[in-house]
Ligand binder design. Structure first.
Ligand SMILES: [Fe+2]
Length: 125
């Protein structure tokens, strides 16, 4: 499991400050993400249908826990939402730029008579 700099692995000898609690929530979220990765990897690596199903179900439960910890961090740290919004905005900008580039590539492919492109397949959706 992730330990970062071991802020509070194992027993915590006293009550945490708010800042320590925020850091603990980040560590908890990282542990959940690691569990999701582990269970999905194990599900992918087995032909046993029951084991695959159970592992995916547990991985999905851990994904819910990720959301709970993220929400706790957001509530405990008022600045968190600004950073989340900034990250979402940066991805949206890249998606928009790439979408425009893909649309340009599709038009280029159509004019050259090359047939299907990624862009043309997107348009078919
Ligand atoms: Fe969990």
């Amino acid at each position: 499991m992730p330990e970062f700099v071991k802020p509070f692995s194992g027993m915590v000898p006293r009550k945490m400050t708010k800042e320590e609690l925020i850091r603990a929530m980040r560590l908890n979220m990282a542990a959940e993400l690691e569990a999701v990765h582990l269970y999905m990897a194990h599900a992918d690596a087995t032909d046993d249908e029951l084991a695959h199903t159970v592992l995916i179900e547990i991985a999905d439960e851990e994904r819910v826990h990720v959301g709970e910890f993220m929400e706790m961090i957001r509530r405990l740290d008022p600045e968190e939402q600004r950073f989340l919004d900034e990250g979402q905005g940066e991805v949206a900008q890249n998606a928009a730029r790439l979408g425009a580039e893909a649309a340009g590539e599709a038009a280029e492919g159509a004019s050259s008579g090359s047939g299907l492109t990624i862009g043309s397949l997107r348009e078919a959706e």
